[in-house]
Design a protein around this ligand. Sequence first.
Ligand SMILES: *Cc1c(COP(=O)(O)O)cnc(C)c1O
Length: 391
Amino acid sequence: MHAPIGPEGRAHELSPATIAVTSGRPGRVSGGPVNPPVVLSSTYVSAGPPAPGELLYTRSGTETWVPFERALADLEHAAQPALVFASGMAAIAAAMSLVPHGGRVVVPRHAYQVTLMFADDLAARAGVEVVRVDIADTAAVLAALGGTGVASLLWVESPTNPMLEIADTPALIAGAHALGVPVAVDNTFATPLGQQPLTWGADVVVHSVTKYLAGHSDVVLGAVVVNDADLHARFHTYRTLHGSIAGPWEVWLALRGLRTLALRVGRSQDTAAELARRLAVHPAVAEVRHPSLPGDPGHERAARLMTGFGSIIGLRPVGGVAAADAVVAALKLWVPATSLGGVESSLERRRRFATEAKTVPEDLLRLSVGIEDVEDLWADLSHALATLTER
Ligand SMILES: *Cc1c(COP(=O)(O)O)cnc(C)c1O
């Protein structure tokens, strides 16, 4: 077996676009493959007391995970390999296992809604106190961490789903650590190209690999990334005990998708910024949110903390819920669908879900900008907005 390697040990000096292409390749051997093989085997030949790291049984480890875990760790500047999980939620459940029975977890009031449901479930079955905060309000977040008995975990999402608030994540991490509170960051929206929270001192980074990292809306996968060896061992054990493992094809697809991450993310966020600029002056638009816009509440922080402003847009058309639904119905190119981060542009009205936070406006459309031509996307969008005045 070829040992999958990073780009000759120089991962951190290379640009992220290069790391995405080069990390996790097999060693260079004449006649060897440039891509790692997919190994389909539930068990490995083995007898006697197993050597440390020996492959035994696929639930505890398989070589097909390793190249993706190496590449994602290199992109996040992590000291430990990433750990793939069956889905983003499986990764989030693993990270949330840091919260003990009766503990307290501080979460953004706007965040991936299933993360918030998971926290509520912890409250119901494990006596966990869940405090929802405005993650952009640093003082309020730090106040929620302290008080009688410090919190067990601070959960950060930035930009938030779907409101696109930007946290001062380095300040939150410093403030939480001063209180002895570990910090987990869901880095799905930003991607490791946009920010690397471990370099700010975050204890845990989680990803829904389903979104930008895999990038083609054809795989569900998650990952946990940490610097600390003990935490890595803990999450590795968690994955093995809970059996929340990824299939080999999913990880192979994700690695294939990861190779074009910089191209896809660069293109889609440039297009998102251009569409946001045009939407901001469109008469049928009541409000547009994108951190690239100079007047956006998150603009200054995003410009300071992130590389790029991401490719999610918040849009509220003039005319409320009916107008928002009419826009979705009138679009031909944009796909009406949940999820985000695929090559295809998609959108949805988030409050169509009864479980979405009630502080999210009912008429908010979340647009996930893909890699299609900007003028084709704009023609479809401006045509759909024009139908509003005809109604
Ligand atoms: C989709 C998503 C998740 C959940 O990931 P799955 O792969 O669907 O389980 C978590 N966080 C964010 C920000 C997401 O967008």
